[in-house]
Design a protein around this ligand. Structure first.
Ligand SMILES: Cc1cc2nc3c(=O)[nH]c(=O)nc-3n(C[C@H](O)[C@H](O)[C@H](O)COP(=O)(O)OP(=O)(O)OC[C@H]3O[C@@H](n4cnc5c(N)ncnc54)[C@H](O)[C@@H]3O)c2cc1C
Length: 390
């Protein structure tokens, strides 16, 4: 059984078809091996990048395809639906949004064509720090202006793909929090050329995690960043980061929908073929219902993803919908993952069925890039008007 696509027009249908085809060249054995070795799926990322899928959101004048967000969401959904892991490269699609929206023309001409061709990898996003966590305004990494450079000191954590990136989008304080007019002021965004920084003060330390995610800690010891690499105005960086978050949430939500589809198809297929007590296990409603429920959750989340993406594309405020899409899709993928494990019984735990790998991978999305609690806080407080909790 293959889950049918919701109608989204001919262009997206064709994109989905070609992404599926590309993913067929990367069979489960490939993903098992990179997972087992905690290796980076270089060949897969190169194939996606070479086919232009990672640059679809970059306007044509800078070498991209200039496609709308629903097309990017369809690509990532298909990658996950195929059993692949887009986490290795999804950020190449959306980190550049800060540069595109807030960078000056010179910066865009310098970086975007290389990012579009895949020659320049901008897929490291340095926001989270060990001591501040979700409380981003309390970050400590500081960029001090010294002539025509900023000198950066501090530490980031969970900077994914840092070892597989040429550039990093870095959020650092340029005014201490206590001296800023508002806590959200006094932070700035920089493009850090990691190839240069690694020669002079930047250190990357990999973090081994429960899934293959190429995530790291990054240390800055007097790293010099040219003033021309400041994005937008000094002190307004938090706003620039926030403005990119809706796109990020919608795209991650699309990945969760893809994961959910993979789990639901896998579980249904197994329920049809596994015979116990002389009949398929899928004949038992105790086996059917969790899969059917996860399917309904996935379809509802999928509609919210499409709704949020079309609001985003028409330039309307979509913070509420992007957050709901992310939360509902992450919950749907987890419900589907749970049902898939339970349906497979003991075999769910065997590497060769791929269920345990996808189960580990999809769990992340209830924590990162934003945890479910923080989404609920956003819905309860600014959206529904209840008192601020922090
Ligand atoms: C594998 C992985 C990859 C990541 N990649 C990146 C990356 O590339 N770049 C980057 O900058 N970051 C990255 N992150 C960081 C990620 O965004 C954070 O882990 C996430 O935002 C949660 O922050 P935290 O881990 O510091 O949790 P904390 O902020 O310490 O929170 C811990 C728990 O407490 C809850 N909590 C905290 N405050 C409240 C509150 N006020 N109300 C209710 N509950 C609350 C949270 O929901 C959470 O469940 C990654 C994380 C992981 C695990």
């Amino acid at each position: 059984m293959t889950i049918r696509d919701l109608p989204q027009g001919e262009e997206i249908r064709q994109i989905r078809e070609s992404v599926r085809k590309l993913c067929e060249s990367f069979p489960p054995e490939y993903w098992r091996e990179v997972d087992r070795n905690r290796a980076y799926p270089t060949e897969f990322v190169q194939a996606l990048s070479g086919a232009g899928y990672l640059s679809v959101l970059i306007p044509e004048e800078y070498g991209g395809a200039g496609l709308p967000l629903p097309a990017a969401a369809a690509i990532l959904e298909e990658v996950q639906h195929a059993g692949a892991n887009g986490a290795a490269c999804h950020a190449q699609m959306y980190i550049m949004g800060a540069l595109l929206r807030h960078g000056n023309e010179q910066q865009k001409r310098k970086y975007l064509p290389g990012i579009a061709s895949g020659e320049l990898r901008l897929q490291a996003f340095g926001v989270t720090e060990p001591t501040s966590g979700t409380d981003t305004t309390s970050i400590k990494t500081f960029a001090r202006r010294e002539g025509d450079h900023y000198v950066v000191n501090g530490q980031k954590v969970w900077t994914s793909r840092a070892e597989h990136s040429d550039l990093m989008l870095l959020l650092a304080r340029t005014t201490p929090k206590e001296e800023a007019a508002r806590r959200t002021d006094g932070m700035s965004v920089f493009i850090v050329d990691m190839r240069e920084a690694l020669k002079a003060g930047m250190t990357i330390k990999p973090i081994r995690t429960m899934m293959n995610h190429s995530t790291t800690e990054v240390f800055f010891d007097n790293v010099r960043v040219p003033v021309e690499n400041l994005i937008g105005e000094e002190g307004r960086g938090f706003r620039y980061i926030l403005s990119g978050m809706n796109a990020e949430r919608i795209l991650i939500a699309a990945e969760c929908v893809g994961d959910a589809k993979w789990f639901i198809e896998k579980a249904s297929a197994y329920a049809n073929t596994r015979n116990v007590f002389g009949r398929p296990i899928g004949q038992n409603q105790g086996v059917q219902f969790p899969i059917a429920r996860a399917y309904a959750q996935m379809r509802a989340a999928e509609l919210m993803v499409h709704h949020a993406a079309s609001l985003f594309e028409s330039g309307q405020d979509c913070g509420e919908q992007a957050n709901m899409a992310k939360m509902l899709a992450a919950e749907a993928s987890w419900a589907a993952a749970e049902a898939c494990v339970q349906t497979h019984g003991g075999f769910a735990f065997a590497e060769e069925y791929d269920v345990e790998r996808k189960f580990r991978e999809t769990r992340l999305y209830q924590v990162a890039p934003i945890s479910t609690n923080l989404i609920l806080t956003y819905l309860a407080e600014p959206v529904l008007g209840m008192p601020r909790s922090y």
